[in-house]
Design a protein around this ligand. Structure first.
Ligand code: AMP
Length: 374
């Protein structure tokens, strides 16, 4: 581990990021103003963050994680699909935040739901499914409609199948049945919300306001922040759930919780041990962005205030194609963020953050951004 330089007025660190996608890129962009340095371990030099750091390690090299452990002061990761073994090995010599348990739990829907139950956080009824017979039994117990999901490596709605009628059960099994699965009862929700929080090793906690997320084909398309008509009680409830998770996991860094709002209150869907797409609005809309707060938390700095800087904000994802983004540059209440990725259907290529004084004003700007919405 590199020793921090006592001659420097501020204790800056080299942060090693496992993964070199857009989340790593935005972590570095937020961390450099604090004097932090970055290094990335990725799959290819074409990835959004690969060449943004002091050095780049390729996953193809078997010893890549050891280079990160040796050359960096602290390690973080940008995906819950990161190898738990790497994190365990690296942690022998170099701190890894969030820690191994946060990663282990959040990379498997079954473990995540077991933790929700342990902490009495409401979630959809579910059954683990490892065979066609299990699936029949699970459907008999939970009823239909229900959603069959792979327990691991699902993202952006991939690896899941809605089962509405009994004749769809075999089809769902043949599409997904080669992996461990979970069947979830269908939640009759009014809207989807999420909460992003951050905790540091001094046990400081900060919470952003609940935001509303709108998905299309399983992919987040836009976020409204803060979500409209959220009572202080609902915000408090969501924070209590997240605090229970942060403390139980001894989590250091950002943790995001996706929730369904139902007539009976909040129901947890899933969580992510990292900065989250529904928190991108904080770059232009909050006093401290989720990216800066993650960097602060993992480098041992005090957390920054999470209050919104603007009355109402939105974040619009650019999916599959960039579109006529030049028009964003002419707006005085929007910012363009591109990830330097090539166009491909369903791929997240960038986002637009916008803000306004009133809901009417925000929706008028969203109207101008129609080409980017589904
Ligand atoms: P996930 O990958 O679990 O976030 O699921 C992707 C999307 O599918 C969610 O954002 C919801 O719109 C929908 N969804 C997932 N699970 C359920 C459920 N149990 N009931 C109803 N809708 C769901």
């Amino acid at each position: 581990m590199t020793a921090s330089d006592p001659s420097k007025p501020f204790d800056t660190k080299t942060v090693g990021v496992l993964g070199a996608g857009q989340l790593g890129r935005m972590l570095a962009l937020a961390g450099y103003p604090l004097g932090q340095r970055f290094a990335f371990l990725g799959q290819s030099q074409q990835e959004p963050a690969a060449l943004l750091g002091d050095f780049y390690s390729s996953e193809q090299q078997p010893e890549a994680w050891q280079v990160m452990a040796t050359e960096c002061d602290v390690i973080t990761y940008e995906s819950e699909n990161t190898s738990v073994e790497w994190v365990r090995e690296i942690a022998r010599t170099t701190p890894v935040y969030p820690g191994e348990r946060s990663l282990y739990v959040t990379q498997d829907r079954g473990r995540e739901k077991a933790l929700f139950e342990q902490l009495e956080i409401p979630c959809a009824p579910y059954r683990l499914v490892n065979s066609a017979d299990d699936l029949q039994q699970a459907v008999a117990e939970l009823g239909l409609p229900a959603i069959l999901k792979t327990t691991q490596e699902g993202y952006d709605g991939k690896g899941q199948k809605l089962i509405k009628t009994e004749d769809q059960i075999d089809q769902a099994w043949s599409e997904l049945g080669h992996k461990p699965l979970v069947l979830e009862g269908f939640v009759d929700f009014q809207r989807e919300l999420s909460l992003v929080a951050v905790r540091n090793a001094d046990n400081e906690h900060e919470y952003y306001p609940l935001v509303q997320n709108v998905h299309h084909d399983g992919i987040l398309r836009y976020t409204i922040a803060p979500a409209r008509q959220v009572s202080p009680e609902i915000q408090k409830q969501a924070e209590q759930y997240l605090q229970a998770l942060l403390d139980e996991l001894d989590h250091v860094g950002v943790l995001a919780l996706e929730l369904f709002e139902t007539a009976d209150g909040l129901v947890a869907n899933e969580m992510a041990p990292r900065v989250h797409n529904s928190g991108h609005w904080t770059q232009d809309g909050a006093i401290t962005s989720q990216f800066e707060n993650h960097v602060r938390a993992i480098t041992g700095l005090p957390l920054g205030p999470t209050a919104p800087r603007e009355p109402i904000c939105a974040m619009v994802n650019l999916i599959g194609e960039i579109g006529p983004v030049e028009r964003v540059l002419t707006l005085d209440n929007a910012k363009l963020h591109l990830y330097d990725k090539t166009e491909r259907p369903g791929r997240k290529l960038g986002h637009i953050n916008l803000w306004a004084n009133t809901e009417t004003e925000l929706f008028a700007t969203l109207e101008q951004l129609k080409p980017f919405l589904p």
